[in-house]
Write a protein that binds this ligand. Sequence first.
Ligand code: MIG
Length: 750
Amino acid sequence: MIFGKLTHYEQMGQVVKLDFEGRQAQIEVVTPEIVNVFCALEHEGHRSKAIEGEKSVVCEVRVEQRADGLWICTPVVRVRVCDGFYVDFYNKDGEPVCEDYRGTRVPLERVSEAYKKLLEAEGHEADGMAAGGEHEICVVKRMCGSEHFYGLGDKTGYMDKRHYDYVMWNSDNPDPHVDTFKALYKSIPFFMTLTDAAAYGLFFDNTYKSYFNMGQESEDYFWFGADRGNLDYYYIAGESLKDVLRGYTYLTGTCPLPQKWTLGYHQSRWGYVTQEDVQEIADRMREADVTCDSVNLDIDYMQDYKVFTWNQERYHNDPEGFLEKMAQNGFKTVCIIDPGVKLEEGYYVYDEGIEHHYFATASDGETYVDAVWPGDAVYPDFGNPKVRSWWGGKQLFLVDKGVRGVWKDMNEPASFNGPLPDDVVFTDEEEKANHSRMHNVYGHLMAKATYEGLKKEDGRRPFVITRACYAGSQKYAMVWTGDNTSMWANLQMAIPQLCNLGMSGIPFAGTDIGGFGADTTPELLVRWIEVGAFTPFCRNHCALGSRMQEPWQFGDEVLDIYRKYVKLRYRLIPYLYDLFFEEEQTGTPVMRSLVYEYEKDETARTCNDEFLVGSRMLVAPIVQQGMRKRMVYLPEGEWYDYWTREKIMGPTWLVRDADLDVCPIYVKAGTALPNMPEQAYVGEKPEDTLYLDVFPGEGVCDHYLDNGEDFAYRDGAYHQYRFTVKEDGLVETQIVHAGYEKPYKEIIII
Ligand code: MIG
C-alpha cells in the first residue's frame, strides 16, 4: 500500500479528497467527534454492514496546508495528514491523542523453518502462534506507554487487551475457550484506548479476516490490519470512555429495549427431546419454586433437524396446543434455528430456496453443499435482501405456533467440515462476493433478517439470540458466548468477556450458566448462578451428554442457593429494565466493567473479578473453587454492603466472608433500587406495586415503566419516575413522563 507524497487535496463539504502520488484517499468528518479515514482499495464507498442510514452531522471543518502537514479541524478534533497517508489525531488543544507510528515495525522473531519442521514432527503447531505478519492494509499507531485497551467483542482473556493479539474471524472451535484463543464466534473490530491523558475509539469497518495486535509485538506501537477490503476506519473522540462508546453506538446503533420477560430466567439444555421432557422441566421449575420465564428448545424439536419444521410425533401432532399450555403457565418458548437447510427435494424450505436461487453457490455456480445437523445442507445467502425477506417471512411458521423468541446458532457459518472455503459465492446486496468477505457478517445478516421478520409477523419487540455477529448486530439480536466449558476458568472469564462485549456496543449478553461442555459441579453451578443472576442474559444451558445441571440436580443446599439468586434477579428486573432503557438512549452498557465508571482509578482499569450492574450496584462474586472469603475493591464514594447494610467508604480494599450462599454485593449510597414483588414469572401478577429498596445518601434515580412488550413506548406510552434520595433515607417521587395507561398504584419504601 504505497501512498507517497500528498500532491493535491480538495475539500468537498466535510469530505477532504486526497491525492497521493500512488493512490487516492479521503478523510471525512462525520460528526465533530467522529472522523473516517478511507482508501478504496477494493471498492468505492463504504458498504458498511454495521453503520446504516445517514450519520453525518453538519459541522464546521477547517482545512489548512501547513509545513508539517495538511490539517483538518473540527470543533473537537484536529487531524493531521502527512505524506505516506500518515494520519494523526489531536484534541482541540492540540495535544496528541492518537498518532500513526513512523518507525519500522519489528515483528516478533519466531523459530526458523528448520525448527518449525521439528516442532511439527513432535506434534506442536508451529504456525498460528502469532496473529501477526505483514498485511496489505495495516494501520500502526504509536503507544505512549499508559495504554489500556477495551472492547474487541467476545474475545477470551482479561479486561485489558494490552499485550495480546487477536483475529477477527467468526469461529466455532469446540476446544475449551482459554486465553490463548485468537478468535471466537463474533467479530467486533472496535476497541477503546484509555491512556492517562485521553480516551478514544477506533472502529476498523472491514469484514474480511482482520488482525489486532494490541502492543503484543512491541511496547512502541499497536496495529490492526487485513489483507483485503478497504482501508476504512473511524476515529472516535470523547472526554471519557462513556463518550467514546456513545459515539460508537451513535454510528452502529444501540440495542433496542427488550421485552421484559426476556430478562427473566431461562432454562435450557441440548437434550430436552420430547414434549414430555419440556413439560417436566417446566413443572419442576414451578415445583422447586425457581422463578422462570422460558424453556429454550434446542435442535430436537425439529423434524430431522430441518429448519421451520416441527417434530409432530414428539409433540403429539399439536405443538401449538403444547406451547399454549406452556404459555398459560407463564413459559415463553424460544427455539433454535440454524442456517443450514437440509438438502432434500420436497422439503419446502429447500425447494423454495432452490427455485429462487437463494442459496450460496460454489465457484462453479452450483449450489454449495456442506454438512451440518440435518446431513447435507445448503446455506441461505443472507447478503441478498430478497433472501433476508424470505427468511424473515419464515418466522411466521414459528410465531403461528406461539414461539416467542428465536435462537440463532451455527451462523459463523459453521459446518461439520470446519469453515467454508473462501471461494463460496454469496451476494453482497447487489453484487457477488466471496465467503472471505461475507463470513464475518453472515450471522449479522441472518440476525437482521430474523429481527425484521419477527417484527413484521409478531409485532412485539423481537427476541433474537445469536452466536455469531459483527459490529452493529446489537440492533437486531442479543448474544450468548457460545460453547463454554464447565470449568472455573470459564466462570472467571465470563466477567471480562461480558464487560468487553458491553464496551463493544453489545449490552445484552450472557454465558451458559453452569458451563456448556463437560460436567459441572455443585459448587461451580452455585458460583455461576451467583454471577449469572446479574448478567444481562440469564440462561442455564448445557451440552448433550454432559451431566444434567438444572437447579435441582445437586440436592437441596444447591437448590436453595440457586433459588435465592434467581429470586434476587427477579426482584431486580425493574432495575435491569431501567438500565436497558438507558442503554437504548445512550449506548451505555447494562453490565459494566469498573473502569467504565471509574476510568481514572488504576485498580479499576485492570479489575477482572468484579463488575457493576448499572452505575449503582457492584458485584464481587467468588469465582475460585473452594474460596470462602475474598478481597473486594470498592472505588471512590459511599457504598453499602447489600446484605448487612454496613456503610463503607471507598476507595478501599476489604475482606468479605462469602460462604457458598453469599455473593458479595454493594450498592452506592443515594440509591433507590426498584424491586418487583415476588411472582413466578414476569407478568404473573399485574405490575401495580413497586418496592423501593433505599440506600440513604444523596442521589437521583430514574425509573422506567411501560407495557414491557411492544413498541408503544416509542410513541410515548411509558411512565418515567424520578426518585430523589436524601441523607436520611427519605425519597421524593416525581413523575417526569406520564404516558403509560397502567402506572403503579402504589410505591412502597422498604
Ligand atoms: O455444536 O444445537 O452453541 O448452544 O446446544 C452443537 C446444539 C450445536 C451449538 C450451540 C449450543 C447448542 C448446540 N449447538
